[in-house]
Write a protein that binds this ligand. Structure first.
Ligand code: CA
Length: 229
């Protein structure tokens, strides 16, 4: 199920959007304030953020900027006022992917959401993944902490890249197996757990705190907190 975060302070609008999206089978979290909404988006990495531009504390432009710092490709759909070109331009400048002007027909909102989700699923994965000082360059297959290279085997590299690219999400062992080892390979028993152990030790050896959290009954989660430089 795809998860959407709705950041909107007008309760009637929010209730209308939320109900409609839930009926379409989306999982919707609703937050009224910008600050809290930005924090949630950064921590939970939903599949898409629906963001009202006019919010009581920090505005949608600022929320968008904050989310973009940690999630450069998370789809953000801005809700703006119909008559304000400035609003739309400000939203797009801050990194929103698209906007819908209020008042809108629900069918239009839904079409925009579907289109953004589809586009996101087709996009090639990010070439460089970062967590503070930790950097993974996928093309060169180099892992660094600051200037120091971290020596990872190909499997360890793929595992770290997979978890980091889903930062903040609990990832199931079976999905990790498919993504890292592929469906045709038969890895050693408990391969995921064994390799997570290798990774934790190698990262600890270069001073990186434990970023890979165990999620009971599911698998693992790369911590949403950023490594402090
Ligand atoms: Ca508003």
């Amino acid at each position: 199920m795809e998860s959407l975060l709705l950041i909107e302070d007008e309760r009637r609008v929010a209730a209308f959007i939320r109900q409609g999206l839930e009926e379409e089978g989306y999982l919707v979290e609703w937050i009224e304030r910008g600050q809290e909404g930005a924090d949630s988006a950064i921590r939970n990495a939903p599949d898409l953020v629906l963001l009202d531009l006019r919010l009581p504390d920090i505005d949608g432009v600022e929320v968008c900027r904050r989310i973009r710092k940690t999630h450069p490709s998370l789809p953000i759909l801005m809700l703006t006022a119909l008559d304000s070109v400035e609003d739309r331009v400000a939203g797009l400048d801050a990194g929103a992917d698209d906007y819908v002007a209020k008042p809108f027909a629900f069918a239009e909102l839904l079409a925009r959401i579907r289109s953004l989700l589809r586009r996101a699923s087709l996009e090639p994965p990010m070439r460089t993944l970062t967590d503070g000082a930790l950097q993974l360059e996928r093309d060169a297959r180099v892992c660094r902490i600051g200037e120091q290279a971290v020596d990872l085997t190909p499997t360890e590299f793929d595992l770290l890249a997979y978890l980091l690219s889903r930062r903040g999400q609990a990832v199931h062992r079976d999905d990790i197996l498919d993504a890292v080892w592929g469906r045709n390979e038969t890895p050693i028993p408990n391969a995921v757990d064994v390799y997570v152990g290798y990774l934790r030790r190698k990262l600890a050896a270069v001073g990186v705190p434990n970023r890979i959290e165990s999620v009971r009954g599911i698998g693992y989660r790369y911590s949403p907190e950023q490594i402090q430089p």
